[in-house]
Write a protein of this length. Structure first.
Length: 398
């Protein structure tokens, strides 16, 4: 067996290891880092010296002595290397500025009119970014970049927003280059549901395989396998809301709808309006169902059945038995979540080896834009992909 990594890759791996270790704690000595990383003291000191010159770490005092000199304590420099995150749900938009550890420094929210055109949306984003930087009193040179969670289709290979169907004219809009040109900071995009799933991952313990479903203006999902987000080819797996339901007669499609037509928040609101003439919010319909409103109960029960079918299909497609639904905004005892769970259980019974668990997400609105910050800070010091080359001797396989 021989090591297939050159010295540059190994050095980068060691830097990433030391950086990640310091980031996970409040303050650490060289001995603490050596114990956690198994790296030699000289290697750690060389890396810390580099980090100190680059203002990535700072000395924050001294630890307790075990007989000799007090050890110097190091911590990440939280006065440098900030990130901006944007949650582009539309109509609501959310922004956060965080430090390198993801701690929020500044937050903002604004809401567009659903009829806003592309140019106005872009102008508002740029204006809010500029005002946020100014109000936070953070120097632009200390900001690493801007991470945006986008609805619709993205292309992570080219860092482009391909389309957002609910915004007329949004077709291959180079939002990243437009913002970068106007603001002067690098921009990185990902699917919004994927970033929300990554943030949910910070709140759950010992969970490596799960499907995160973002139940918001649209319905999207992130698939997590062995702890890693599955990106697919271009960054768009998990479009559960656009899975289709069709009816054919004589070989022709005579009826074609998508899952969102049956169970999105907008469809629930529309169905309640069609029956009662009352134009009220999804949240109010949830409240009415808990108070015994038969119309609300029937609508939510039907929507939950449709949602459960879509979720069951994903469970059976990916062989994952834990589903987390974010932004459901209903009590655990509500008819909507009960209908979802009952349908999933019924459809996966006999297929899934373990019972499928459907739980409500723990993220609140305050955290939505933090996913964009996390996207930027995660890339600050990249984790290299190490290779291992093995040579088999004296073995013959048939």
């Amino acid at each position: 067996m021989r090591n297939a990594n050159n010295s540059k890759v190994i050095k980068q791996a060691n830097k990433f290891l030391v950086y990640s270790t310091i980031k996970s704690g409040d303050s650490m000595s060289v001995e603490d880092i050596a114990l956690a990383t198994k790296l030699s003291r000289p290697t750690i000191l060389n890396i810390l010296n580099e980090f100190f010159k680059e203002e990535i770490v700072e000395k924050v005092g001294y630890g307790e002595s075990s007989g000799g000199r007090q050890p110097t304590l190091y911590s990440l420099n939280l006065k440098k290397n900030y990130a901006i995150g944007i949650d582009f749900e539309f109509p609501p938009m959310r922004l956060m500025i965080s430090d390198i550890k993801g701690n929020p420094i500044y937050t903002r929210k604004w809401v567009h009119n659903s009829s806003d055109q592309v140019d106005k949306i872009l102008d508002e984003i740029i204006r809010n970014i500029n005002e946020s930087i100014e109000e936070s009193s953070i120097e632009k040179k200390d900001i690493l970049g801007i991470g945006i969670g986008m609805p619709g289709t993205v292309n992570i290979k080219t860092n482009e927003s391909v389309n957002i169907l609910r915004i007329p004219g949004w077709n291959k809009v180079p939002i990243n280059s437009i913002i970068q040109e106007q603001i002067g900071l690098p921009v990185c995009e990902r699917n919004d549901a994927h970033l929300l799933g990554l943030m949910e991952q910070q709140l759950i313990d010992n969970e490596s395989n799960y499907i995160y479903i973002a139940y918001r203006t649209g319905i999207g999902a992130g698939i997590f396998i062995n702890g890693d987000l599955y990106d697919g080819e271009f960054g768009n797996p998990g479009f559960i809301g656009f899975t289709t339901w069709s009816l054919q007669q004589n070989g022709k499609i005579v009826w074609n709808k998508k899952l969102e037509d049956f169970c999105s928040k907008a469809s629930i609101e529309q169905k309640y309006y069609n029956i009662t003439g009352r134009d009220i919010s999804y949240e109010r319909i949830i409240e009415l169902s808990d108070n015994g409103d038969d119309n609300a109960i029937d609508i939510l029960n039907e929507a939950g059945c449709a949602f459960g079918v879509g979720i069951a299909n994903m469970v059976m497609l990916f062989d994952i038995s834990h589903v987390i639904i974010g932004e459901l905004k209903c009590p655990e005892s509500n008819v909507f979540i009960e209908s979802i769970r009952n349908t999933v259980t019924e459809l996966t019974n006999g297929y899934s080896i373990s019972e499928v668990k459907v739980s409500c997400g723990m993220l609140d609105e305050y955290d939505f834009a933090r996913g964009g910050c996390f996207l930027i800070t995660k890339q600050f010091i990249n984790e290299p992909k190490l290779k291992l080359t093995t040579k088999l001797i004296g073995k013959k396989f048939s």
